[in-house]
Ligand binder design. Structure first.
Ligand SMILES: C[C@@](CO)(OP(=O)(O)O)[C@H](O)COP(=O)(O)OP(=O)(O)OC[C@H]1O[C@@H](n2ccc(N)nc2=O)[C@H](O)[C@@H]1O
Ligand SMILES: Nc1ncnc2c1ncn2[C@@H]1O[C@H](COP(=O)(O)OP(=O)(O)O)[C@@H](O)[C@H]1O
Length: 273
């Protein structure tokens, strides 16, 4: 079975308090971004052990700790699964705040569920996904949600951005999620996120923000430079996604995302939400 794990964007992100488990409570709206990896699961040939192979962007870390492998092991602990042949083609940049690794893990759970007819409900898949990472559960339902708690509890959020042109710029900078969280002091948000996002998109520039952006920009000024370029090119709204370092711009629906020149080494995705 072949699946295409997509990335996500965060529309606003407020880190509200430190939790007793050491994680932070947050509020954010997650939306799917159709920038995808490819993941395949097949039963292993007779006599072969479970394997995971890669193509595309190199992924830091040992293959045994890759989230696709961990997704298989998690299900194999509870269900009688045969050895499998896994392959991941990586296209979504890593350490970008686009949730690429989390999406691979969630899509691996969904693909193994279908391939081996485990008949797990979406709720059960979400609870497995939560064990692999805070962001993972989002990719089970994979539609716009208001996320809270550790970023793993969701309320439906009706926001139809389909067809909105987007430009996502990865300035070749890997920011570790744990490092980014350590730089933010939790606080009460200045604006109610869901209310702000119900207003027209041109108002979001004043009312919708990402707490990581304020904390990381003094350390990585390139983030502000990319954002300024996106606004200068006509973005209606621009922001850091998640804990960075990808910065996105959303453009008017009847326009195309502009073609801009970026320094060598940057990776750019352009398309419609
Ligand atoms: C910041 C966000 C926003 O959507 O996305 P990314 O920038 O990673 O895409 C997420 O909260 C990232 O979730 P995820 O990448 O799954 O993080 P995890 O593996 O669960 O945790 C990595 C580390 O981040 C910190 N962490 C994560 C989530 C959270 N609510 N509070 C935290 O303090 C912890 O230090 C943890 O050890
Ligand atoms: N399948 C995977 N794809 C990407 N990263 C992975 C994967 N499995 C494990 N990782 C680890 O997760 C870390 C963060 O991954 P990623 O989800 O791409 O970034 P972000 O948290 O910024 O959205 C990487 O440093 C990498 O070591």
């Amino acid at each position: 079975m072949l699946v295409f794990p997509n990335a996500k964007l965060n529309l606003g992100l407020y880190i509200t308090s430190l939790r007793p488990d050491g994680f932070r409570n947050l509020e954010s709206v997650f939306v799917p971004l159709p920038w995808c990896d490819a993941f395949e699961v097949l039963p292993a040939p007779a006599g072969a052990e479970t394997s995971l192979s890669f193509s595309g962007l190199p992924i830091p870390g040992e293959p045994e700790t890759n989230l696709c492998r961990r997704a298989y092991e998690l299900l194999a602990a509870d269900f009688k699964l045969p050895p499998v042949q896994l392959h991941l083609h990586k296209d979504v940049p890593i350490g970008a705040g686009l949730g690429g690794g989390s999406s691979d893990a969630a899509f691996a759970l969904k693909a193994i569920n279908s391939q081996f007819k485990l008949e797990l409900t979406p709720e059960k898949l979400e609870s497995y996904a939560r064990r692999l990472g805070s962001d993972c559960a989002f990719f089970i339902r994979n539609e716009p949600v208001f996320a809270r708690s550790r970023g793993d509890m969701f309320d439906d959020f009706a926001l139809d951005l389909r067809g909105t042109p987007a430009l996502v710029v990865y300035p070749n900078l890997h920011i570790s999620t744990a490092e980014a969280y350590a730089r933010v002091v939790p606080r009460t948000p200045h604006h109610e996120l869901r209310q702000s996002l119900q207003a027209p998109m041109f108002t979001w520039r004043e009312t919708v923000s990402n707490d990581f952006e304020e904390a990381l920009t003094p350390v990585y000024p390139v983030l502000a430079e990319v954002k300024a370029q996106l606004y200068a090119a006509g973005a209606t709204y621009a922001s850091l996604s998640g804990s960075g370092s990808a910065v996105y711009g959303l453009f008017p629906k009847l326009a195309e995302a502009p073609q801009l020149d970026w320094p060598a080494g940057y990776t750019v995705w352009s398309g419609k939400l």
